[in-house]
Write a protein that binds this ligand. Sequence first.
Ligand code: ASP
Length: 331
Amino acid sequence: MANRRNFLKTTALASAAFALQAFKGKAETEDPAEPNKINKPIVLSTWNFGMQANVAAWEVLKNNGKALDAVEAGVKIPEADPKERSVGYGGRPDRDGRVTLDACIMDENANIGSVACLEFIKHPISVARAVMEKTPHVMLVGDGALQFAVSQGFVKENLLVEDSEREWKEWLKTSDYKPIANIENHDTIGMIALDANGDLSGACTTSGMAFKMHGRLGDSPIIGAGLYVDNEIGAATATGHGEEVIRITGCHLVVELMRQGKSPQKACEEAVMRIVNLTQKRNKNLKDIQVGFIALNKKGEYGSYCIQGGFNYAVHDATGNRLIDASCFLK
Ligand code: ASP
C-alpha cells in the first residue's frame, strides 16, 4: 500500500484549477491497420494491487474462461490480503471500529449483485455474486447481508487487523474525519474484463473511507456509480471519493458516453469534468477530491482519467501485464 499513492500535489493546483489540461491519449489500442481487430481477452483494474489481481483474472481469461469468473477471482486477491488496508480483510474500520465492506458485480447479461456495510466476511465480492445468482434481489445491506452470507456458508471472522486497530485508536484521539485525497486512507479495487468470447463483466470491492460514519456507503456497491457494464458498449469502474462519483452516477455516465461514440479515454475525461465543474459550482475545493475512472469498450480499447495525479491502473492482455499512470486534470 505504501507506494500506491503519492498524493497531495498541492503545487500547481492554483494555476491548474479548472483549466482543462490538453490530453495526450496513451491507451488507444486500436491498430489502424486492422480496424476491426478486437483486443481480447483483456482485463483492467485500479491501483498497484491491480497487478496481482490481474494475474489471477488472467488465469481464467487465458483459458477461455468467463469475464465474470475472472473479475471475481481477480478482486479476491486484495480482498484476502491483510496488508491491503482499504479492501476486504485488513481494511480500515469506520469511526466505531467496525470493518464494513462494500462490493458489487455485474455480468454480460446485466445481472447484478451487491452488498453494502457487510461485516465479518472476507470476500464481499463473492457474497455480491451470491446475491446476484441466488436471490430475487440485487442488493443486501448490513445485518441482512451478513445473515444471507452465513446462510450461504460464508465463514464469519474478525477482519480488523492489528495495524488498522492501532491506526483507528490513534485517530480516535482527535476523531477528525478528513478523507484527504491521495493520502492512504481509502482505495478500491475495481476490475473490468472482456473475455475471449467477447463478453464483458466487472467487479468492485472496498472497505470505503477510513473512519467513515457507521452506515456510510460510497459508490463502490452502487451499480451505475462505482461500476457499470453494458455488453453492447463497454464497462467502467471508479475509485476515489464515492460521494462525488454517486453525484454524477459516474460509471453509467462513462458507459453512456462510450455509447455516443466516445473512446474510453474521452468518456473518462468527460465524466471527470462533470465532477470538476460541479465542484466549482458548489464552491468546494477541488484539491480535496480525488476520483479516477477506468473504462474498456467492446473492441478492447481502454482509457482512464482522474482529478489528481497519483492514480494508476493495471492492464493485462496477451502482450502482458503493466501498470499505467492515469492522466489527470490537476498536474
Ligand atoms: N470509492 C471508495 C468509496 O468512496 C473509496 C476509494 O475508492 O478510494 O468508498
